[in-house]
Design a protein around this ligand. Structure first.
Ligand code: ADP
Ligand code: MG
Ligand code: ZN
Length: 489
């Protein structure tokens, strides 16, 4: 892409709320049930039926608003009128100019902040399945079937401000939003099941100009990977159009994952096309100040807060390790880092083992006995286990999950770390044997040794690698380094 263009992106995210029942009726809210079994006159839009608002859905919407630092306001439901076969009422009950959550922000792991315009409540539509065509597409299909189980499931639509400036940042935003939805208990955030769906509005403008360019909205982004790819592609398409003297036309476009391109779906509809009007069967919604305060009090810390806390704990060791910190918080494992640091393990080691070994087995790691976990880290820190050995012991320990305490206890909590290591069968290689392996490596590679003596310091890694291989990872790296220094004289 040409450097003279700046992409601008705003995301609209729909998420299904984790309520037991639908937004306006008592039908079950469940994914994957037998089609058309969770339906009733209300969600089928039969004449004479009346909606009753689900209090639990309102509470979850408020949780999302609180997590996103929105203002929770009195709101009004509107009918958004359009025809679609999977929407039995021919209108969708949504919120229009008076949404429940207004203003707000989301902090991303890279330190940037994206503004939130609003997060409003609405009902989901049903689902149409096309039969007989290729890959479930309508094109070439013999007939279509409609499943109304999803019709009336509560949704919150979260609309960002156009504060996102690259495909990578859009991906971070969607990932962070998903983490918040899950952490606040509002949604399960499963993109593959459609419980979180992202539309991306993309425009480009000459770098440095404040005015926004004409946008296209891309639908059908069902993974973070597709989201980033589709935006990247759309930016390229718009820049090419403008550079060839044409104009971007405001449109809704469909992302074709197989072809790796966006294609025109329809020209952009305007608000007036929907003939919004207040839903006459529902009263305005006005949560009491007490309710709003109760919701705020009941919320645990959000991922950004937890990353900040972990970063503070790590101090200098946090520098340049954002990815590890994000990963540990995402997997809910900062308790292990805290236990290790509290027991005197160096923050960098505590973070590294938790971000790598513990994160590789998150289920085991959530159940592991922290004292046992820290014991192994201490053995490594004291040089009684090489890094390779410590990783291997940790893998075994994590596999034992709940029984890890018993495992370490069986090995004998008593005794020095060296004795425990011996019982684990992972005693580090003695210094003498290590020294012998170092001199073997030097003798076998005279050319490299000569260059090392002449000052090619990075060859230390070459010799260490040989020694590690020969010792099957049992040698202590610090001893190898000291031995190389000693031989150098
Ligand atoms: P609509 O209701 O028609 O979808 P909105 O004004 O609610 O339009 O905006 C929808 C989304 O599009 C928001 O996330 C907003 O940030 C984003 N957006 C608006 N204008 C632009 C633009 N020129 N470029 C990129 N994103 C935009
Ligand atoms: Mg839109
Ligand atoms: Zn129903």
């Amino acid at each position: 892409m040409s450097g003279t263009w700046e992409p601008v992106i705003g995301l609209e995210v729909h998420c299904e709320l984790k309520t037991a029942t639908k937004l306006f009726c008592g039908c079950r809210n469940a994914f994957g049930d037998e089609p058309n079994t969770n339906v009733c006159p209300v969600c089928l839009g039969l004449p004479g039926s009346l909606p009753v608002l689900n209090e639990g859905a309102v509470e979850l919407a408020m949780r999302i608003g609180t997590a996103l630092h929105c203002e929770i306001r009195p709101s009004v439901f509107h009918r958004k009128n359009y025809f679609y076969p999977d929407m039995p009422k021919d209108y969708q009950v949504s919120q229009y100019d008076a949404p429940i959550n207004v203003g707000g922000r989301l902090e991303l792991p890279d330190g940037s902040t994206v503004g939130i315009e609003r997060a409003h409540l609405e009902e989901d539509t049903g689902k149409t399945g096309h039969i007989g065509g290729e890959g479930g597409r309508i094109h070439g299909a013999a007939h279509s079937l409609v499943d109304y189980n999803r019709a009336g499931v509560p949704l919150v639509e979260i609309v960002s401000r156009p504060d996102i400036f690259s495909a990578a940042q859009a991906r971070l935003y969607a990932g962070e939003l998903r983490a918040i939805l899950v952490a606040s208990g509002s949604s399960d955030g499963r993109m593959e099941e459609g419980s979180m769906r992202v539309d991306a509005n993309v425009s480009v403008r000459p770098a440095g100009r404040a005015e926004l360019g004409t946008r296209c909205e891309i639908k059908n982004l069902n993974s973070l990977h597709s989201l980033a790819r589709a935006i990247e592609h759309e930016i390229g398409r718009q820049v090419a159009l403008i550079e060839s003297g044409e104009r971007v036309v405001q449109q809704t476009r469909h992302w074709d994952e197989d072809q790796g391109r966006t294609v025109t779906l329809r020209s952009k509809e305007e608000a007036f096309d929907y003939r919004y009007f207040p839903e006459p069967d529902l009263v305005p919604l006005s949560p009491s100040a007490d309710w709003v305060a109760d919701v705020a009090r009941s919320m645990g810390p959000m991922p950004a807060d937890r990353r900040r806390k972990l970063t503070e704990l790590l101090g200098e060791a946090a520098g340049g390790r954002t990815d590890q910190i994000v990963g540990v918080v995402e997997k809910d494992l900062e308790g292990l880092v805290e236990a290790a640091v509290a027991a005197g393990i160096g923050p960098a080691l505590a973070l590294a083992r938790t971000a790598n070994e513990a994160s590789a087995n998150p289920d085991g790691a959530r159940e592991v006995d922290p004292i046992s976990y820290v014991t192994i880290l201490r053995l490594e820190q004291e040089g009684l286990l090489s890094a390779t050995q410590a990783k291997s012991v940790l893998a075994t320990l994590l596999d034992h999950g709940k029984e890890s305490a018993a495992l370490v206890a069986k090995l004998g909590e008593k005794g020095t770390p060296a004795e425990i290591a011996a019982r684990l069968g992972f005693e580090a290689l003695g210094d003498d044997s290590t020294a012998r392996l170092v001199s073997d490596a030097v003798e076998a590679n005279p050319g490299e040794w000569a260059r090392y003596l002449e000052g090619e310091a990075k060859l230390a890694g070459f010799f260490t690698g040989i020694v590690m291989k020969a010792s099957k990872g049992k040698a202590n790296g610090k001893v190898v380094a000291a031995e190389l220094e000693r031989l150098k004289g």
